[in-house]
Design a protein around this ligand. Structure first.
Ligand SMILES: Nc1ncnc2c1ncn2[C@@H]1O[C@H](COP(=O)(O)OP(=O)(O)OP(=O)(O)O)[C@@H](O)[C@H]1O
Ligand SMILES: [Mg+2]
Length: 241
């Protein structure tokens, strides 16, 4: 189970403090698929990076399976089974797709058939990609799907995917939603997917709306999503102090 207790994250620049995450408390039970959604700049990616250990909270605690992981770094959290797929994935010059999948899986050498199966799950024709470098020659959608394949390879207990739909074509997107749905059906992992996409939201057990650094609403997808679409959570630009 993932538990966030009064999580806060602020940045201070030029003597001005910006409270990006204000006070977030959230519990995600094992095996749940939670979709985080909300307006651009609401704080979703920041929240994901805090959970993964890419950012350090200003206050509050993060507990994973009952253990306080707030002081642990990214590598230590990865060892505990937490993984994160970036909104804009990094590229790794000189590393082949197959090697990256082996590294992610923790196996010295992932069998070619296993690596190919992972690429197929994200809608890539495995034979075309397995020996390619994960460099700038890959398109945005290709690198995004390869990163999702590395997360699948990790078989983590907690997968956080940041806008997996971004830049992905409709055909591959269908494959990706099927993959997420099948993964969720097994309930081996807790999944937090940051998304603005109705088809992904439809897979969720629950949705949480993150806006101006707080969770403004959490509930069943069937209940919360229609309210979002109807404009119930449209927020006005807060007045400057
Ligand atoms: N290092 C930083 N310094 C200053 N402001 C920051 C910093 N990092 C993030 N922000 C601001 O914090 C807010 C939340 O950013 P975040 O990336 O978490 O939003 P998001 O909900 O993921 O948005 P999107 O839907 O566009 O991906 C934004 O207003 C962003 O500009
Ligand atoms: Mg984001």
């Amino acid at each position: 189970m993932l538990e966030l207790r009064h999580l806060q994250y602020s940045v201070t620049e030029n003597a001005e403090t910006n409270d990006i995450i204000k006070d977030v408390s959230l519990t995600v039970p094992d095996g749940q698929l939670l979709v985080l959604t909300g307006p651009n700049g609401g704080g979703k990616t920041t929240l994901a990076k805090l959970i993964m250990g890419l950012l350090t909270p200003t206050a509050g605690q993060i507990l994973w399976n009952g253990a306080d992981v707030t002081a642990l770094d990214l590598t230590q959290r990865a060892r505990l089974g937490i993984s994160y797929g970036f909104q804009q994935p990094p590229r790794f010059k000189g590393i082949k797709v197959g090697d990256l999948l082996s590294i992610a899986s923790g196996k010295k050498l992932l069998r070619r058939t296993e690596a190919c199966a992972l690429l197929t799950q994200v809608g890539l024709c495995a034979a075309d990609y397995i020996d390619r470098d994960v460099d700038t020659s890959l398109s945005g959608g290709e690198v995004k799907r390869i990163e999702i394949a590395t997360i699948l390879a990790r078989e983590s207990g907690l997968m956080i995917l940041d806008e997996p739909e971004a830049g992905i074509d409709l055909w591959s997107f269908n494959k990706l939603t099927e993959t997420f749905s099948a993964l969720h059906a097994k309930r081996d992992a807790t999944m937090i997917i940051i998304s603005h996409q109705e088809r992904i939201i439809a897979l969720a057990d629950e949705i949480a709306v993150v806006d101006h650094g707080v969770i403004t609403r959490r509930g069943a997808a069937a209940e919360v999503y229609p309210a979002i679409v109807s404009g119930a959570y449209n927020t006005a630009c807060p007045a400057r102090q």
